[in-house]
Write a protein of this length. Structure first.
Length: 539
């Protein structure tokens, strides 16, 4: 009987008491005594001994512990609304960048702000190396610039350790410039002009005597005398004794022809700052729609070639304008169509290209029409070539401003134009300009229309040079007594008039006078079998 009672009590305790399984759950236990065992338990344990449910009140301070390995159940963070300015590094909003490679200023340091052309105290001053800009722009040469920004080089680079590239994005109609100063540090000499002979077509170049210290080309002469305040011309070649030079055609700062120098005019000769500029090709995002005057600009530097003149290229980007630059590197282009509507006109203005040029490869042939060329850039004034250079102007270039074309350093090479508007040029003694494809002198954008000098104009292969129609049209362009006119290297041709019943007489001498006599106001050509020709009007 005792054994049965003990077993019964043990069973009641096991069944009736809440079980603790070690769980730390905050939920109340879900198990309860069965309905069949509850009366027996109450009878044996006496009144007031009914098993109680174990419950906890909610803890208001309790929060789940985040699990760093599981983000699926975490709430998304709330981010502040971004603004355009908050996305920009502060360096992208810096309007002035100054570099002093030769450390001509006592404060020049790469720990400076690079934001001042002078020592302004603290760390405000120029940096020595252009690579600092790359670093501060975030390891890129392509910052987004939405404000007027000027990059200035105060002194010469002399080696290839810190080449200069700029491929930024020009936004918000902002102008961006890379420039050098013309100041005391760049001055070679000053004085007053003597023995002045002004440019006179067809054969006389600008000539004057300046200081004997000017002993080389690629120096820019600034005439400061009224009413020419100022005009700019490049030293081209010696024309006699010490300091006697031929010059490029003098022009104003806005590239307006002005060749009336006079004896006694005050001048300064400068050697522009050397910058090892390898590429200036920004992406032109936003034009200034009101004035169209925010074309990216490179001005008043020497495009330095560490390997020597004419060995290395410099890439000039779409819609970039270059003014008053002495090129040791030879320019190649990334031009696109329709650029000449901007200010200043994209292209190369009043510069000297000692290292040569290779331009126009990026322009598709579809932009060439039957009698004209779709212009993408301008090459005007200055000097095209030098003692060591090769010159090739291909589709889309407008050559104008009586640009001086020298004899090639290599006598077996000629300056070549292919589908370009050759409006005006001075071909110096020994120079030869070869025309392939179409060269036109009829564009309404030409302005001055004349080919002068004592060199040779040679139309090659099936090339064609088109000049304005009308009586006296040839003599107005090919100034008599000037250039030698050739077709495939020869000096005679046949008469071809489309309206005539047959080919005209051959053995025709190729001169301006004979072109006007044989063709006059009648549209036609002087040509040679194989197709090279001089044609008037729209042929």
């Amino acid at each position: 009987m005792k054994k049965i009672l003990v077993l019964t009590l043990t069973l009641i305790v096991i069944v009736g008491c809440p079980q603790n399984d070690g769980s730390t759950s905050d939920a109340a236990p879900s198990a309860s005594p069965s309905s069949s065992s509850a009366p027996a338990a109450r009878a044996l344990m006496g009144p007031g001994t009914e098993p109680r449910r174990l419950t906890r009140k909610p803890n208001p301070s309790w929060k789940p512990t985040p699990n760093p390995d599981w983000y699926g159940l975490q709430p998304a963070p709330k981010l502040a609304a971004a603004t355009p300015s908050s996305q920009f590094p502060a360096s992208w909003t810096q309007a002035t960048w100054a570099f002093d490679p030769a450390k001509t200023l006592p404060c020049t340091s790469d720990s400076n702000s690079c934001s001042s052309l002078t020592c302004a105290g603290g760390n405000v001053g120029p940096c020595q190396h252009y690579a600092v800009a790359w670093q501060r722009w975030g390891g890129t040469y392509s910052p987004r610039l939405r404000q007027a920004t000027t990059i200035t080089f105060l002194s010469n680079q002399t080696d290839n350790t810190d080449p200069v590239y700029f491929t930024g994005y020009i936004e918000n109609g902002a102008p961006v410039k890379l420039v050098g100063p013309l100041g005391a540090a760049q001055t070679i000499c000053t004085g007053t002009l003597a023995a002045v002979t002004n440019f006179t077509p067809p054969t006389t170049l600008q000539t004057a005597t300046i200081c004997p210290a000017a002993t080389t080309n690629q120096l820019i002469v600034v005439n400061n005398a009224a009413p020419h305040t100022p005009t700019y011309a490049w030293t081209y070649k010696s024309a006699g004794g010490p300091g006697v030079f031929n010059f490029s055609i003098p022009v104003t700062d806005d590239n307006t022809f002005e060749s009336t120098w006079a004896n006694g005019n005050a001048y300064t000769v400068y050697a522009p700052v050397q910058v090892n500029l390898a590429k200036f090709a920004p992406t032109f995002v936003d034009v200034n729609g009101a004035t169209f005057d925010n074309v990216p600009l490179v001005k008043r530097i020497t495009a330095f070639d560490p390997n020597g003149i004419g060995f290395d290229p410099i890439t000039i980007g779409d819609r970039v304008a270059v003014e008053q630059v002495a090129f040791q590197r030879y320019p190649i282009d990334e031009q696109g169509p329709g650029d000449v509507f901007y200010l200043p006109e994209p292209g190369i203005h009043n510069s000297t290209l000692e290292g040569g040029i290779l331009w126009g490869n990026s322009v598709p042939s579809e932009l060439t029409t039957t009698n004209a060329v779709f212009e993408t850039a301008t090459l005007e004034f200055g000097i095209l070539g030098g003692s060591f250079s090769f010159l090739s102007l291909q589709r889309g270039m407008r050559v104008t401003g009586d640009i001086v074309i020298p004899a090639q350093g290599n006598p077996n090479e000629a300056t070549t134009v292919y589908d370009a508007n050759v409006c005006s040029a001075f071909l110096d003694t020994g120079a030869q300009l070869d025309v392939l494809g179409i060269a036109s002198n009829t564009s309404t954008s030409c302005g001055i229309q004349r080919i002068t000098g004592t060199g040779a104009l040679n139309v090659v292969g099936s090339g064609r040079y088109v000049y304005p129609a009308g009586a006296g049209g040839a003599a107005s362009v090919f100034i008599p007594g000037g250039v030698t006119m050739q077709l495939n290297g020869g000096s005679s041709a046949c008469i071809g008039i489309p309206a005539a019943a047959a080919i005209g007489a051959c053995a025709q001498v190729i001169t301006p006078a004979n072109l006007d006599m044989q063709l006059g106001a009648t549209q036609g050509c002087l040509f040679v079998p194989g197709g090279a020709s001089y044609c008037n009007g729209g042929l």
